[in-house]
Structures are given as structure tokens and as C-alpha cells.
Write a protein that binds this ligand. Structure first.
Ligand SMILES: *Cc1c(COP(=O)(O)O)cnc(C)c1O
Length: 367
């Protein structure tokens, strides 16, 4: 019997990654996520636009973090490390603990106390990570793990670990391979800014290898209460309900600005209201359930479209007549944060077990 044909991102993109035949590959078959055509968003943008959703919530632990973690943990094992450590708003810890467990390594995660989504906390705990809630925010936790990993024999697996970024660039490869070209615009949320760095690197590598003929315009979005890059200074007490991007001092700040400037793109802020609205839009109109932070990409797309961004930009890009491909990364699964989903919609109260009452609430008329 042939086992699964698909063997994860390291096997698929082996020659582009910092691995060798000696690397023990630790994989849960991450990557290979669907690029879902979005009829509603395409219609909103206009005739020649095709909008696609790169649904990273379908990775093994429910976020794109798995692409980087397969490489980071495989390298940690190759380097004979016995433990990994990270600071996390949730998804990094979920991914690190799953991959570490798979590799037989110990995992230690520092999280901001009381500020991570329920599903993510459940993941780290069930995978057996040593979960240490810190009285402080993500930025404080990151400072601590940097210091700890320099003094103790543990491998840092935050996106400051270059292997994380290397693994995450495979999402850009997949998009180009699926579309047989690079998209014209790429939208994504920005937190610690590792992912925008990784996508830009992936797109540039394919371009330099002549696998694509152009580079996309990179459009990144922070939450307005946690928008250090937009404001131009670190934010002491970042605020947003999108916990995955509640970051006041991004580790890859400079690289994110490079991606923006080299691609002729932008990094802007979207409000929590705009995020929640896009979050509901995706679930209701497209049937795609994401966590709030993920909806920042689509919130940004809708905002820029309303402001006439595409009209202005396309005039400069000399693409008239051609089909315009837009990709939005949906970074994590909606089930990560069930509390927010339940908070943002109206629910009916419990009713008696009575068919008439049910029919009335469901607006059903007898045939
Ligand atoms: C980590 C994460 C982000 C932010 O990505 P960065 O690389 O930190 O910019 C956004 N959304 C989700 C769901 C995440 O897990």
C-alpha cells in the first residue's frame, strides 16, 4: 500500500529549505491548504478581479504557524536540542507543543495571562507543553524567552528563529504553483510581522528562479489598537479583540517595512469593528470560519476597495484589460476562538419543545 502521497512542506519544497538528507523530518503533513475562490469578494471588487482565500486554518493545528514549526522543530532535533521555548499569543504555542511532542522534545510556552483564546490554550495544554502564564503582555513574554534561550539550552521557536520564516514562505510557493503565476495583490494580517516577511521572501525566490513573471503588491493590516508599524512607534498596551495580532513591538518590524516598500504596497490599520464585520462576512457569505485576526486581511481589502485604492493603483501598474488576482491569507481557524463567535451573533433563547414555536422562530410556513 502506498502511504499518503503528500508528505508535508519540507518534502514538497526540500530544495528551497535549509534542510539536508540528515535532517530528521518532523511533520504532521502541514501545508497544501486550499486556495478558495471567493465569488462574493470578487463581485464586490469588480469584473476583472478574482479574489482567492488561502485558508491556513486547515493546517494540522489550525494556523499557518505549522509551516514554520515543521522546519524549526526538525532543525532543533537535527541539532540535538532537547527542548523548545516560545512566547505566544496562542497559535505559536499550539503549533510548537504539537510538533515538539511529535519529535519527543519538551516544550515550554510563555503566554500573556488571561489574553489567549480558549482553543489555543486547550491545544498547548493537551499536547503536554509546560504552559506558563505571564503577568504581562506578549511583548514582555517575548523578551523573557529571548533571554531564557540565550542562557539555557533550549531552542527558541518564535519567528525570530530563521527556520520559522523559511518554512512559512512555502505558502507563497503554493499560491504561485496553484495559480501558475504570482497574484497581483496579497493581503494579510500583521502581528509580529514574520508572515509578511516570509511571503515576500517566498514570492521573491520564485521570481528570481523565473517561476513567476511578476511580484505581488503586499498589503498588510494591523488592528488599530495595536498598530505600531502604522503609527511609527511601539505601542505599550496594545489592544484589540484579535488576540493573534495584539502585538506592540513586532520582532520583524524592519522586514515588514521592506516587504511593503519593495513591493509598492502598504501597511495600514483596521478597526476591531471592521475586523468583526469581515469575520462575519466570511462566515456568512462564503462559509469560511476564521479567527478574528485572520479577518483583518479581508477587512483591509474591503476598506481599500472602498477608498478607491485599486483604481488608483491599477492605473500606475499598466495592467488594463488583464485579469487581476488577489489573494487574502486567512491565518487561523475560527474554532480557535469560539467565545468571540458566540459573542458577535444573536442567539435565540431556549423554547419549549413545541413545533409551532419552532416554526415561528425559523420563519417556516406549512406546505
Ligand atoms: C501569528 C498569527 C498572526 C500574525 O502573524 P505574524 O507573523 O506574527 O505577523 C495572524 N493571525 C493568526 C491567526 C496568527 O496565528
Amino acid at each position: 500500500m502506498e502511504l499518503a502521497r503528500y508528505k508535508g512542506v519540507i518534502k514538497r519544497y526540500f530544495e528551497y529549505l535549509p534542510v539536508s538528507e540528515k535532517t530528521p523530518i518532523v511533520t504532521l503533513l502541514e501545508g497544501n491548504t486550499p486556495l478558495i475562490f471567493s465569488p462574493k469578494l470578487s463581485e464586490i471588487l469588480g469584473k476583472k478581479f478574482r479574489v482567492f482565500l488561502k485558508y491556513e486554518g486547515l493546517n494540522p493545528t489550525g494556523s499557518f504557524k505549522d509551516r514554520g514549526m515543521t522546519v524549526a522543530v526538525s532543525k532543533a532535533k537535527e541539532d540535538r536540542q532537547v527542548a523548545v521555548i516560545c512566547a505566544s499569543t496562542g497559535n505559536t504555542s499550539a503549533s510548537a507543543s504539537a510538533y515538539a511532542q511529535r519529535a519527543g522534545l519538551k516544550s515550554i510556552v510563555l503566554i500573556p495571562a488571561g489574553a489567549i483564546a480558549l482553543g489555543k490554550l486547550a491545544q498547548a495544554l493537551i499536547h503536554g507543553a509546560i504552559v506558563i502564564p505571564i503577568k504581562g503582555n506578549f511583548d514582555t513574554a517575548l523578551k523573557l524567552v529571548l533571554e531564557i534561550s540565550s542562557r539555557f539550552p533550549v531552542r527558541l521557536v518564535n519567528s525570530l528563529n530563521p527556520h520559522r520564516i523559511e518554512g512559512q514562505k512555502t505558502a507563497a510557493f503554493e499560491i504561485c504553483d496553484t495559480l501558475s503565476c504570482a497574484p497581483h495583490f496579497h493581503f494579510l494580517p500583521v502581528g509580529n510581522a514574520g508572515n509578511i516577511t516570509a511571503y515576500w521572501r517566498g514570492y521573491k525566490e520564485y521570481y528570481h528562479l523565473k517561476k513567476t513573471t511578476h511580484l505581488p503588491v503586499m498589503c498588510g493590516f494591523q488592528a488599530s489598537g495595536s498598530a505600531p508599524i502604522v503609527k511609527g512607534h511601539p505601542i505599550k498596551n496594545p489592544k484589540t479583540l484579535a488576540t493573534a495580532i495584539r502585538i506592540g513591538n513586532p520582532a520583524s518590524w524592519k522586514k515588514a517595512e521592506e516587504a511593503r516598500d519593495e513591493s509598492g504596497g502598504i501597511i495600514r490599520a483596521v478597526s476591531d469593528k471592521e475586523i468583526v464585520s469581515a469575520y462575519n462576512f466570511l462566515a456568512k457569505q462564503e462559509g469560511v470560519f476564521v479567527e478574528p485576526a485572520s479577518a483583518a486581511s479581508v477587512a483591509g481589502l474591503l476598506k481599500l476597495n472602498q477608498e478607491g485604492y485599486f483604481k488608483r493603483k491599477l492605473r500606475k501598474m499598466a495592467l488594463s484589460g488583464k485579469e487581476i488576482n488577489v489573494v487574502c491569507t486567512l491565518t487561523g481557524h475560527g474554532l480557535k476562538d469560539p467565545e468571540i463567535a458566540i459573542k458577535t451573533v444573536k442567539k435565540s433563547k431556549a423554547v419549549e419543545a413545541d413545533i409551532k414555536k419552532i416554526a415561528k422562530i425559523a420563519a417556516l410556513k406549512e406546505a
